[in-house]
Write a protein of this length. Structure first.
Length: 221
């Protein structure tokens, strides 16, 4: 179990520290319905993270070969492929932002008036449909599904991934619920800082954990 948790924790941290979902969470908890919309966003995020991990685990089960000796090699190549994909996304992130002014994406302009229904949908999209987070979650699911562990251990590993990937989002939502006025300036400062350094943070996370996946893949060859 410890080996599986060790494999998925870095991926969960990368997903949980992705700047765009955190900025979205800050904007939503500063909306006209902070408690309902914030809770809805958190629920959507948790469900989306759970979906991508499940997809990865099911895919791993389906890819299991009848030849036990070839299965570890196949999953090693899958990890390497996912790692290379993350490195490509990191390079594209930097290239797209060169010379561009740091600003919020246009679609975020209306989040401070987001309804709970829109918030839960956004949480789902940012966790399950965002290519970067989807790759991380599926890679974690593949690590879980390809490990020779019991069902309860696999479930525990999945819960650990989702919980770790959700800590930052939940912290923002809870902070706004518990002390909305006291945390307003802190959340505004966090939003501005994440907006300014979004590209650098995301590129660094993608690059680091891309190399982590490639390294894990090379170990299995």
């Amino acid at each position: 179990m410890n080996e599986v948790i060790g494999d998925i924790l870095p991926l969960a941290v990368a997903a949980g520290l992705s700047p765009i979902p955190l900025i979205a969470a800050v904007l939503i908890v500063m909306s006209t319905k902070p408690r309902l919309s914030g809770a809805a966003f958190a629920v959507g995020w948790i469900v989306g993270c759970s979906i991508v991990v499940l997809v990865g685990a099911v895919a791993a089960e389906l890819l299991q070969s009848d030849d036990p000796g070839s299965t570890p090699t196949m999953f090693a190549w899958v990890r390497i492929a996912f790692g290379i994909a993350l490195l490509i996304l990191a390079v594209r992130k930097i290239a797209a932002a060169r010379g561009a002014e740091a600003r919020l994406p246009a679609w975020m302009s209306g989040l401070m008036s987001a309804s709970p229904a829109r918030s839960i949908g956004l949480g789902l999209l940012l966790s399950a449909a965002n290519p970067k987070n989807a790759l991380l979650g599926i890679a974690a699911g593949i690590s879980i599904g390809s490990a020779t562990v019991s069902a309860d251990v696999a479930l525990t590993a999945g819960v650990v991934y989702v919980a770790t990937a959700s800590i930052a989002v939940l912290a923002i939502v809870l902070a706004a619920v518990v002390a909305p006025h006291r945390m307003a300036n802190v959340l505004s400062g966090l939003r501005d800082w994440l907006t300014l350094h979004n590209t650098a943070i995301m590129a660094l996370l993608l690059a680091v954990f891309g190399f982590v996946l490639i390294g894990k893949g090379l170990e299995g060859l």
